[in-house]
Ligand binder design. Structure first.
Ligand code: NAP
Length: 368
């Protein structure tokens, strides 16, 4: 009996969540979204996807070549800008550029509906009523008089912090402080600075922040700045989400598993850690042994081969975070993320160490 009750309640909960999550925010053609790291990979695909949906995409690229390639594949609506997230000047320039583009959007009309837990929505059938009366309609609002809110907020609707690098990646002992800083500057400090710089515009729009972390932000599988940076992105996003919720700004974290993009290309990764091994002192080289480098290289190549080529799993999650009336706080993207890494992140350390240890080489002077 109780089992049926619990199963029915769970079914109702899932049905309600599915129903709420499939509703999208209105007026996509008026909404601006800035995406960082659009030269390649997820950023480029997301820019093309949102452009195809009629949104106003502001695509930030690291290089002019990447920007030109994207412009050639998209409509005239999409605008590109050069952004290096490690440069405060570049971030300030892009913020001014974005302000020019979104700042002139006026505020019009009043919303008839505000869901207590989700973003304001405007059912299409109530729009003419609002426009002609100039007051809040009754529509679907169930909680008495609906609060009067502007239909179209000026500002930036979405920020997708996507830019990232993974090199240098290697066992921690092989790396210098500068090696860690190089990755942290792009993946974490850059992301924080871009967000802080654009927050006033996002707050005005009651918009969305979508931060690209990784399953490596849940389970730290290898040394170097990458996993640290992604744990940092998770922490930053969690506090930001709680702080911005009262302003109507929603913050989502994307946690992709392995996907075949430039960032996991084994050739530069292997070249990178072979170079790092060669600069090690003789004592450390002897402690690890040359076979360590070879096994590390093989594992990197194997993981790339096992990774998915369906980048749309990630960009669909980003799109949902930007456009759903009820975005999620976290999106695990990819079968490996859902079936391996997220469950692994809840395991006790002895178990996750044993499982991850199976993929790590044993150093020459290590204990088997
Ligand atoms: N692919 C995966 O398996 C995976 C898994 C989990 C998380 N992620 C995350 O997904 C995000 C996108 O990566 P991706 O997989 O699409 O790889 P990607 O194709 O290498 O994309 C990364 C983008 O960031 C740009 N970039 C690098 N340094 C930058 C800087 N200083 N300022 C601005 N942009 C910069 C790159 O430009 P250039 O191309 O010109 O260098 C590139 O366009 C990253 O945050 C990554 O950590 C990827």
């Amino acid at each position: 009996m109780w089992l049926y009750v619990v199963a029915s309640l769970l079914g109702l909960f899932l049905l309600r969540r599915w129903h709420r999550e499939r509703q999208t925010v209105p007026r996509l053609s008026e909404k601006h979204v800035l995406i960082t790291g659009c030269d390649s990979g997820f950023g480029s695909l997301l820019a093309r996807q949102l452009d195809a949906r009629g949104m106003r995409v502001l695509a930030a690229c690291l290089t002019e070549a990447g920007a030109a390639q994207l412009r050639a594949a998209t409509s005239d609506r999409l605008q590109t800008v050069l952004l290096d997230v490690t440069s405060s000047k570049s971030i300030a320039d892009v913020t001014a550029w974005v302000r020019q583009r979104v700042g002139d959007q006026g505020t019009t009309g009043l919303t008839p509906l505000l869901s207590p837990s989700c973003h304001p929505i405007i059912p299409s059938f109530t729009l003419p009523i609002c426009a002609s009366r100039g007051e809040a309609g009754t529509g679907l609002w169930a909680g008495g008089a609906a609060p009067a809110l502007p239909i179209s907020f000026p500002g930036l609707w979405g920020l997708v912090n996507n830019a990232g690098i993974s090199i240098p990646t290697a066992p921690n002992e092989w790396l210098s402080k500068e090696d860690f800083v190089k990755v942290l500057n792009v993946n974490l400090v850059g992301l924080v600075e871009v967000t802080l710089s654009l927050l006033p515009l996002l707050r005005r729009a009651r918009g969305r922040v979508v931060n690209v972390a990784s399953v490596m932000g849940r389970v730290s599988c290898f040394g170097g700045g990458y996993c640290i940076s992604k744990f940092g992105v998770e922490a930053f996003s969690d506090s930001l989400r709680r702080e911005l919720r009262p302003f109507g700004v929603r913050v989502s974290i994307i946690e992709p598993g392995g996907f075949q993009t430039g960032i996991i290309d084994p050739a530069p990764l292997v070249k990178g850690f072979v170079g790092l091994w060669e600069r090690l002192p003789a004592e450390a080289q002897a402690a690890y042994g040359r076979h360590y480098v070879d096994k590390y290289a093989k594992t990197t190549t194997l993981l790339q081969r096992l990774s998915s080529s369906r980048l749309s799993h990630v960009t669909d999650a980003m799109t949902h975070a930007l456009l759903s009336r009820c975005p999620r706080s976290r999106y695990a993207a990819g079968w490996d993320a859902r079936l391996i890494f997220v469950p692994l992140s809840y395991c006790p350390a002895w178990l996750s160490d044993t499982i991850i240890g199976l993929f790590l080489p044993i150093p020459a002077s290590g204990i088997p």
